[in-house]
Design a binder for this molecule. Structure first.
Ligand code: GLC
Length: 536
């Protein structure tokens, strides 16, 4: 494959926007669509090529938009459909693609479908959700737990049955075994595709089908008290059922009928299982999200073997992808420290496959501590003793040095970090050595080097400090990437390969242009990309 043959989502870089926190345009302290429009020039300047926007639909906001009450509308907090059409147009004018969040597993309990479904046992939509009788002793039909704490079954007094909710009680799960549900959701996809949306990030794809017999989940022997209560069981019957793949293929077929559209699946599963979501004939999700780097210890050897395992597990035409963070996870800068944030960026942007950047990563935003009485996230509120709130990674984007960081004219919905320590776009834009410029340069490099876009991945070294690999495509210079994941200087002798070349890009800019022959040394927290001489 040559880089000219790549599709937009293969050669592109995705940028995730959490819309409540990106840019407020109307002074209510909450981000909105007009705010995103105002920042499109910034995203274009940065060099990303697609935007994934977390849910913007009407919602009671029990789970901040992941509880949808109308799949075809825009929440007034974010604007209206004209704003959305304008966003789509303006993004496309700048060559930026738009990926929407699709939440097919569950609706809000305020969605008209659920209101009908719960109105009576005879209602035609009763079977659109998962209703079950109590066991003879009145307890729930099985032992399944909610991801957000407590049992996954909620008793409905009026109709005398339980309904299933993998997440909040306000988020009843749809019954995807019902063909009417399938058609309704495929129609939702068509609605947005007809408008010109370029793709979807599909929420909790691996949850969509549950065991027909609703068997009890087994106890997880590795559970520890600090973990979410959900982890007490291993969810082998409530998630990742074989039938899910037929549904994913149906969704894919809809996308394919529109030409070059794409689908990312949110799937937290071990590698071998994750791979099945590419579909038996590459007819499943285009990109089953690869979350390896979200949970790996920051250890060069462990990361090297994980990359290897992932590379080898990929199906033949399966396109890889990598992420460092998202709205559900601690920010990378907080996880690995500011010293390693640039190394993480180099990893993300030099591995094989599509990278997704979480807003704020490019300026080194950190998790912001949110005092208990300000916690918004239901996951945090429901399990207050476990420190599981996702708010710290969802704080407003830091645009400038003003009181509300240029995000809003008023106090934002979630507090900002301390002002004197707050990295921001305005200052970093002025400073050519900032993390923001580092990202911009790295992005430009990735997009201009065929070896990074389509080259093979060849691991050449991993020890307790550093990791090195070569990216190589025919007809283009091969690149050697060397990353020091430790704070101490490191010394590498690459085996089985003669190394000769010139530094193309480095955390220490003074190294750029210098020659590298065989032995490599790097300072703590340093990384570099070497363009190898052609005869190597
Ligand atoms: C996904 C979303 C998360 C949400 C959950 C329930 O994991 O990323 O934010 O709370 O689904 O919809």
């Amino acid at each position: 494959m040559t880089h000219e043959q790549l599709l937009w989502w293969q050669s592109g870089i995705i940028y995730q926007i959490y819309p409540r926190s990106f840019q407020d345009s109307n002074g209510d302290g909450i981000g909105d669509l007009q705010g995103i429009i105002q920042r499109l020039d910034y995203l274009q300047w940065l060099g990303v090529t697609a935007i994934w926007i977390s849910p913007i639909y009407p919602s009671p906001m029990a789970d901040y938009g992941y509880d949808i009450s109308d799949y075809r509308g825009i929440h007034p907090l974010f604007g209206n459909m004209d704003d959305f059409d304008q966003l789509l147009q303006e993004a496309h004018n700048r060559g930026l693609r738009i990926i929407l969040d699709l939440v097919p597993n569950h609706t809000s309990n305020q969605h008209p479908w659920f209101l009908e479904s719960r109105s009576s046992k005879e209602n035609p939509k009763r079977d659109w959700y998962i209703w079950e009788d109590a066991r003879p002793d009145g307890t729930p039909p099985n032992n399944w737990l909610s991801v957000f704490g407590g049992p996954a079954w909620e008793w409905d007094e009026q109709t005398g049955q339980y309904y299933y909710h993998a997440f909040l009680t306000e988020q009843p799960d749809l019954n995807w075994r019902n063909p009417e549900v399938q058609q309704a959701m495929l129609d939702v996809m068509r609605f947005w595709l007809d408008k010109g949306v370029d793709g979807f990030r599909v929420d909790v794809m691996w949850h969509m089908v549950k065991d027909k017999e609703l068997r009890d989940n087994p106890v997880n022997p590795d559970y520890q008290v600090h973990m979410a209560t959900y982890e007490q069981l291993t969810p082998i019957y409530s998630t990742d059922q074989p039938e899910v793949h037929d549904l994913v293929q149906q969704m894919r077929a809809v996308l394919d009928s529109y030409g070059e559209r794409m689908m990312i699946g949110e799937i937290y599963l071990p590698i071998q299982k994750l791979m099945t979501y590419y579909g038996p004939d590459n007819n499943g999700a285009h990109l089953p999200f690869n979350f390896l780097l979200l949970s790996m210890p920051w250890d060069a050897q462990k990361i090297a073997s994980a990359i290897d395992e992932y590379e080898h597990a990929l199906p033949q035409r399966g396109w890889p992808n990598w992420v460092l963070g998202n709205h559900d996870q601690p920010r990378i800068t907080s996880r690995v420290g500011i010293e390693q944030a640039r190394i993480a960026a180099m990893l993300l942007l030099t591995l094989r496959g599509t990278p997704t950047i979480y807003y704020g990563e490019e300026i080194g935003m950190r998790d912001v501590p949110i005092p208990p009485d300000e916690v918004q996230d239901p996951q945090g509120l429901n399990m207050p003793d476990k420190n599981l709130s996702r708010d710290p990674a969802r704080t407003p984007m830091q645009w400038d040095g003003s009181e509300f960081a240029g995000f809003s004219a008023t106090r934002p919905w979630l507090r900002l970090g301390p002002q004197y320590k707050r990295p921001h776009v305005a200052a970093q834009k002025e400073d050519p050595h900032s993390q923001l410029h580092f990202y911009k340069k790295l992005i430009a490099l990735r997009q201009s080097q065929p070896a990074l876009l389509v080259g093979d991945y060849i691991q050449v070294h991993a020890d307790h400090q550093a990791l090195a690999y070569i990216r190589e495509a025919s007809g283009a210079p091969a690149l050697l990437v060397v990353l020091n994941l430790s704070h101490k200087p490191c010394y590498l002798a690459i085996q089985h390969r003669t190394i000769a070349g010139r530094v193309l890009f480095a955390t220490d800019e003074t190294l750029e242009g210098t020659a590298v022959v065989n032995r490599i040394q790097l300072g703590g927290d340093e990384g570099m990309i070497v363009e190898l001489d052609e005869d190597e």
